[in-house]
Structures are given as structure tokens and as C-alpha cells.
Design a protein around this ligand. Structure first.
Ligand code: PMP
Length: 359
């Protein structure tokens, strides 16, 4: 009966929705005894000061709307990165920031350049806004080739470090792309930059066509709070604000603003967690290599690894039976890789034990 109901009611869908192919996020099962290494969350919790700041908001003031411009948070971000608040945009996770920028800054009628192996939300946004996506192949070592990012285009976007490869493009490669494309917006999605990369935010004053996005979901352990940001020339930010204000004038709720401000204030906690993840990444990569895996050099909080003799889908299924979840992509060139989030040393040990049983 449910099936019948759903096909009859779906006749109310707009034709546009019928053709829409949405993004499918990694699964979020209940945690009981699972070693969850599938969606690149931080294995350490947020700063206790974040929890405190959110608790302090849990009162009668929730009846009031939040600050329409999240000014306190913009100030915290501007101070952290040495820019002014007119150069900062915030949204519900970088996914929302990305959605707005595809709409606000990429030119329709021209292809948007992106790596062929990259964040799979980008082609989804292209579909949503009727923009052509032009995927450019990575080189044989899975690196972005800056020299390919040129010619007529409606914008450029890539994660740095790239996801799901984890490979970092140094700032000179980014500058090469910026210089070759003075007439298009170049977006550097720095979701994973704090785990060993150098941010391109230092370039925004020299390149008015550069927009850098970041998230509090990974290095600041706040995936559940949904806070993302963009930094760039004030005119790019103004375009994002116009789109945002045409959807929902309140970028973030009161709890998210308070928690995010506190997260930027506790720099020591942030650095400690990042350093722990970086140390564990090195140990995990070495142990995986010891088990015969080929591991891509990662600057992120995950590693991409392939076993030359074992099928990746079977390994992922075997791990799951042992209550360890990792991510496997059914995509050309990476369908024999596993993307493994760096966990705590204990979680990594459980992963390696389970792999040891399977190999
Ligand atoms: N960009 C990249 C490259 C990502 O991997 C992710 C996380 N899936 C995001 C953006 C979005 O993160 P969030 O919406 O949690 O900020």
C-alpha cells in the first residue's frame, strides 16, 4: 500500500524534481560498538568550551531569532584569518556554502572545471542549477594537474587536500590556476586543510577571483552543528549574501553561532586534536603499508588505500562484519580503494586487527 501511495502522490512532483539526482551521504548508523571510519568525522570531541557556550544559550532567548548576519562568528573568523568581516560568509555546513556559491558565482552556459575524482556533491550542485560539469582527469599518481585548468570555463572548484584522495596541491599550483583564469571564480574547498596543508586564505587579498571554503565539521569536531564558511573578496561575499537572503535570512541558529565562536576561541584544543590525528595518520599509513596496502600520501584526516591482491568491496564487507565501517566508492580508478577515516589509536588498532583477519 505504501508503494502505491508513493507512486500516485509523486504525480505532484515538478518535472524538475523527477530528473534530479541527489547526493547520497555516507551512512550514519547507530554507534553501539561500531568503529566508524566512513565519513571523516573527528574521533575527538569538540572543546569543552564549545559545549559550555551552547549550554549557556539554552534558555528563554531561544524564542528570539538569531543574529541575521552571525556577526560574532564572522568577527571570530575574520580575526583568526586576518581578513575583515565583509570578506567572510557563513552557512549550515560547507555543503550549504557550496550550494550557494554554485548558484551565485559560477557562470551558466560555460563548463565548470573540477577534478574527475573529487567531492561528489559538485556534480550534484551542477545538476541542481543546470550548470555543465567538466571533470578533468587526475594524473597517474592521483594528483591534480594545475596546467589543465585553463580555457573557457564558468568557474573552477577542487578540494584541497583533494577528497577522497587526500592529496594536497601546494599553494604555487593554486596560484598557477588563479593566474591562468583571471575571469573566473576559483573555489578552493579546504574541508581538510587543517590536517597538514597551508590555507589559500593568505592569497585572497591578491586574487579577487579566489574563494576559499572551510568547515567546522572536521578539524573542529563539529559535524553535528553544521557550520561552514567562505573567505574571499567582499564582492564575492556580497553575491553569496544575496542568494542566502533570498532563501533564509538567518544563516545559522543561536546554538550554532555560540558553539562556533567558542570553537574559534579555543585554539589550543583545536591544535591538540589536529596533531593527534596527524600522528595517527602517519602510524596508520605505515601499518597499512606493512599489511601490503598501497597508501596515497594524505594531508587529510583519512587515507586512501588499495590492496593489490584483494577486492576492495569484499574487504569493506568483511570489515563491516567485524563492526568496522570504511567507505568504498564504486567509481572508475578508485573502485579498488578504501577510504579510511583516521580514528583514535584504539580505533585504528581495531581496524588493523580486523584487516589482519581478512588478509
Ligand atoms: N567538502 C568536502 C571535500 C567534503 O568532503 C565535505 C564533507 N563531506 C564537505 C565539503 C562538507 O562538509 P560540511 O557540510 O560538513 O561542512
Amino acid at each position: 500500500p505504501y508503494f502505491f501511495w508513493s507512486i500516485t502522490v509523486s504525480r505532484f512532483w515538478s518535472p524538475f524534481v523527477k530528473d534530479l539526482v541527489p547526493y547520497v551521504p555516507g551512512e550514519q548508523p547507530k554507534l553501539d560498538n561500531l568503529v566508524k571510519l566512513n565519513t571523516n568525522e573527528n574521533p575527538y570531541g569538540p572543546s569543552p568550551k564549545v559545549i559550555e557556550a551552547i549550554r549557556a544559550q539554552l534558555d528563554d532567548s531561544l524564542r528570539l531569532y538569531p543574529a541575521p548576519n552571525a556577526d560574532d562568528l564572522k568577527q571570530a573568523i575574520a580575526a583568526r584569518y586576518g581578513v575583515n568581516t565583509a570578506q567572510v560568509f557563513v552557512g549550515n555546513g560547507s555543503d550549504e556554502v557550496l550550494a550557494h556559491l554554485f548558484n551565485a558565482l559560477f557562470q551558466h552556459g560555460k563548463p565548470v572545471l573540477m577534478p574527475d575524482i573529487s567531492y561528489s556533491f559538485y556534480p550534484v550542485y551542477c545538476g541542481l542549477y543546470g550548470i555543465e560539469a567538466k571533470p578533468l582527469p587526475l594524473d597517474e599518481d592521483f594528483r591534480i594537474r594545475p596546467e589543465d585548468y585553463r580555457g573557457e570555463n564558468g568557474g573552477i572548484i577542487f578540494p584541497n587536500p583533494n577528497a577522497p584522495t587526500g592529496i594536497l596541491l601546494p599553494l604555487d599550483g593554486i596560484e598557477q590556476i588563479l593566474q591562468a583564469n583571471p575571469d573566473s571564480v576559483v573555489v578552493v574547498d579546504e574541508a581538510y586543510i587543517d590536517f597538514g596543508g597551508e590555507t589559500a586564505i593568505t592569497l585572497v587579498d591578491r586574487y579577487p577571483n579566489l574563494l576559499v571554503t572551510q568547515t567546522l565539521s572536521k578539524s573542529r569536531s563539529l559535524a553535528g552543528l553544521r557550520v561552514g564558511l567562505a573567505v574571499g573578496h567582499a564582492d564575492l561575499i556580497e553575491a553569496l549574501e544575496r542568494i542566502k537572503n533570498s532563501f533564509n535570512s538567518y544563516p545559522l541558529d543561536r546554538l550554532a553561532i555560540a558553539g562556533a565562536v567558542a570553537a574559534f576561541e579555543d585554539q589550543a584544543w583545536f591544535e591538540e586534536c589536529c596533531n593527534r590525528v596527524i600522528d595517527s595518520r602517519r602510524a596508520l599509513s605505515e601499518s597499512l603499508a606493512g599489511l601490503g596496502f598501497e597508501v596515497l600520501p594524505s594531508a587529510a584526516n583519512f587515507v586512501m588505500a588499495r590492496h593489490p591482491q584483494r577486492d576492495a568491496a569484499e574487504l569493506a564487507a568483511g570489515l563491516r562484519e567485524r563492526r568496522v565501517i570504511v567507505r568504498h566508492f564504486r567509481q572508475p580508478r578508485i573502485d579498488q580503494h578504501l577510504r579510511i577515516t583516521v580514528g583514535t589509536p584504539e580505533q585504528n588498532r581495531q581496524l588493523l586487527t580486523a584487516l589482519g583477519e581478512l588478509l
